[in-house]
Design a protein around this ligand. Structure first.
Ligand code: ATP
Ligand code: MG
Ligand code: MG
Length: 382
């Protein structure tokens, strides 16, 4: 394929993106530190060494690429706006700018009639502002950083007024905070949506299980969800992505409340953890779909359908530097188990080091294969 893609960030999402790109002989240049997860599996001289936060490095990447995209939304969108004169930036910098501030993201969705958890910005990070927010939203509430949040870092559940001080301290005096009404969800759902030049397509609705605000497991399809709720989730996810600009894959996280009401939790303008299962479970993965969307290559709705029920389990760093390798040595003994290790070196506690995916003819078979692996990761839980 003749076009070259430039990516801001070269972590595990970039690594899986380049695995898909290699099959199509699409060249992908990464901007990240030498030896990053993505660069390890992509050997050519087009990469840029540096930080995806550095303006000069972004300009260098743009000069070598036909289309620039991101594997992380926490980037400088002023530079993206500047380079968009010369290079195709996908999705649009406007989309990334709106989404990277979770409060602006929610405002944008509400303006377009998309249901989200009710949110209020704090004018400053003070107890008085938290008093105001809790008077309006009730308690508990979730206090969140507007920017730079991931894997729950940036969230603090505020159960009562006694937590106000601890919440402000935990979020480090961050000036850009907002409060979100507590979602008493039955389960969490996620849909990967693909926005092409003329279509908005979606992958199946998956159930996600988070522990300590970090994604732990995904089940595709979502278990115990009626076809009516599934249809609603699909439509909501497509509506949510439809009101942004540009092309690419988006991860849409949702809460399913009592009474089957659905609310958007948040959107990621890039491949997403809740879409890893698509590598094994769908004819076209979220990574390939992203490439096809940003490069205007053909994409068929039926290629996003589930071939077999599938469960994904994240491998998080444990207490020892090789905890993820110990886990992989257990997992490789299981049938139908695909292991992905991200090449990040020594584990740090809670860091995403890899994942495993099990596909099977039925969900109950996939569950019984996965159960010993869940028991393994849970064995040290208090
Ligand atoms: P990600 O790694 O997905 O980007 P994040 O740091 O942006 O995570 P959120 O998606 O805002 O964090 O929240 C992480 C998890 O915390 C959610 O999946 C959910 O389990 C819980 N959570 C977030 N907001 C609320 C809420 N308003 N009410 C109840 N639980 C919530
Ligand atoms: Mg997030
Ligand atoms: Mg999230």
């Amino acid at each position: 394929m003749e076009k070259t893609v430039g990516v801001l960030g070269g972590g595990q999402l970039g690594r899986m993106l380049v695995e898909a790109a290699n099959l199509l002989d699409i060249r992908v240049n990464f901007l990240d530190a030498a030896g990053s997860s993505a660069k390890q599996v992509s050997n050519h001289d087009g990469h840029v060494e540096g930080s995806f936060k550095d303006a000069e490095s972004i300009r260098k990447l743009a000069a070598k690429s036909d289309v620039v995209t991101v594997e992380i939304e926490h980037v400088d969108t002023k530079i993206l706006e500047e380079i968009a004169d010369k290079v195709d930036v996908q999705p649009s910098w406007k989309t990334i700018r709106t989404i990277q501030d979770k409060y602006l993201q929610k405002e944008h969705l509400q303006k377009h009639g998309v249901a989200t958890a009710q949110s209020l910005p704090l004018a400053e990070p003070t107890i008085a502002e938290l008093e105001k927010a809790s008077a309006s939203l009730g308690l508990p509430l979730m206090l969140k950083s507007r920017r730079e949040a991931y894997d729950g870092r940036g969230n603090f559940p505020v159960k009562s007024k006694d937590d106000f001080k601890a919440a402000l301290e935990a979020l480090g005096g961050n000036k850009d905070l907002y409060a979100e009404k507590w979602a008493n969800f039955k389960i969490e759902l996620a849909v990967m949506v693909v926005k092409t030049k003329d279509q908005v397509l979606s992958f199946p609705t998956v159930e996600t299980i988070h522990e300590n605000s970090i994604c732990k497991l995904t089940y595709a399809p979502a278990r115990g969800v009626s076809s009516a709720v599934n249809k609603k989730a699909q439509a909501l996810a497509r509506d949510a992505v439809g009101c942004f600009w540009g092309k690419g894959v988006f991860g849409v996280e949702m809460f399913l409340l009592e009474g089957d009401q659905l609310l958007i939790n948040e959107i990621a303008p890039r491949p997403h953890n809740s879409g890893h299962y698509t590598i094994e479970a769908c004819p076209v993965s979220q990574y390939e779909a992203h490439l096809r969307a940003i490069l205007d290559l053909p994409l068929h709705a039926e290629d996003l359908q589930l071939r077999e029920p599938s469960i994904m389990l994240n491998i998080l760093g444990g207490d020892s530097p090789d905890s993820h390798l110990q886990f992989a040595r257990e997992a490789i003994k299981q049938r139908r188990t695909k292991i992905h290790l991200y090449g990040k070196g020594a584990a740090r506690k809670g860091r995403k080091m890899g994942h495993i995916t099990v596909c099977a003819p039925t969900m109950s078979e996939a569950e019984s294969i996965m159960q010993p692996m869940i028991d393994y990761v849970d064995k040290d839980k208090p």
